[in-house]
Unconditional design. Sequence first.
Lengths: 116, 111
Amino acid sequence: DAGITQSPRHKVTETGTPVTLRCHQTENHRYMYWYRQDPGHGLRLIHYSYGVKDTDKGEVSDGYSVSRSKTEDFLLTLESATSSQTSVYFCAISEFWTGGLSSPLHFGNGTRLTVT
Amino acid sequence: RKEVEQDPGPFNVPEGATVAFNCTYSNSASQSFFWYRQDCRKEPKLLMSVYSSGNEDGRFTAQLNRASQYISLLIRDSKLSDSATYLCVVSVVGTASKLTFGTGTRLQVTL
């Protein structure tokens, strides 16, 4: 299995508080992704990174920010958590993206976030 | 039309049966195709990558039909342990954000 660790695995927080989720990889892959998964929506991309300090938005980026200061770490921050951000968050990594040709994604174990 | 569409199921099949799922995609420029399995409350795990016409791995076969824009997954000799949700993933030309997930097809294999 790919070396991807997400932390924390579970978190309960209150509306309005900032929350940071961490993704750590040991594969030295260039691409890292944050997804959320909700019933009926499947996996939706929040943000992704294509290198250190290189990030871009996905389809559901509002209310989220990311940072990647090292190849191995990709942080997702909920600036002011809302109940609509209650979800399961998955980090993923992949080795390459060339035009539209992609290596497969490998996922971390996920973080279950509940915002009360 | 959704970019990637899957029949949500559930597909209920007896152990030992052969079952097939289809996944249709809307963008003819799609280049990479993947099948993942996801168990309840777990992360998706890669089952198969398809870059050309198809791929086979043991009891699992994926076929790509570019003319009709779908990819299929065939599971032979179903096992109880195959019960899971199967996700189809498609990439298109563009930025690395252009990986689109289907919402999955649920398979339940019974005795």
